[in-house]
Design a protein around this ligand. Structure first.
Ligand SMILES: [Zn+2]
Length: 99
């Protein structure tokens, strides 16, 4: 038997499934769907994909910041090396913005 996703309105995981009329209904709040589309969540799926993309972008920027932080101290303190840091940050931002 297929396991149903939690109710999008109350989070309840108890869902009744009526095969005869192709209807699923939440036990707690009574929300129901027709034609077996309880498992179809286009907005939730799109948000999940967006969150994964944003997490990847944050990770890329975190790596760039760590690269800058971990530069040898003499590079961090010398003004002439600020282009090194700017280029690391610029590269990361370009990669993130390409998505
Ligand atoms: Zn519910």
């Amino acid at each position: 038997m297929e396991e149903f996703k939690p109710c999008p309105f109350c989070g309840c995981t108890e869902v009744s499934d009526n095969d005869y009329i192709q209807e699923q209904q939440c036990h707690q709040c009574g929300a129901k769907t027709i034609v077996n589309n309880w498992q179809t969540r286009p907005i939730e799926d799109a948000l999940t994909a967006t969150i994964a993309q944003k997490d990847a972008e944050i990770e890329r920027l975190r790596v760039a910041l760590n690269e800058i932080i971990e530069l040898p101290r003499h590079i961090l303190l010398e003004r002439k090396h600020c282009f090194t840091m700017i280029n690391i940050a610029k590269q990361a931002l370009e990669e993130v913005n390409d998505d």
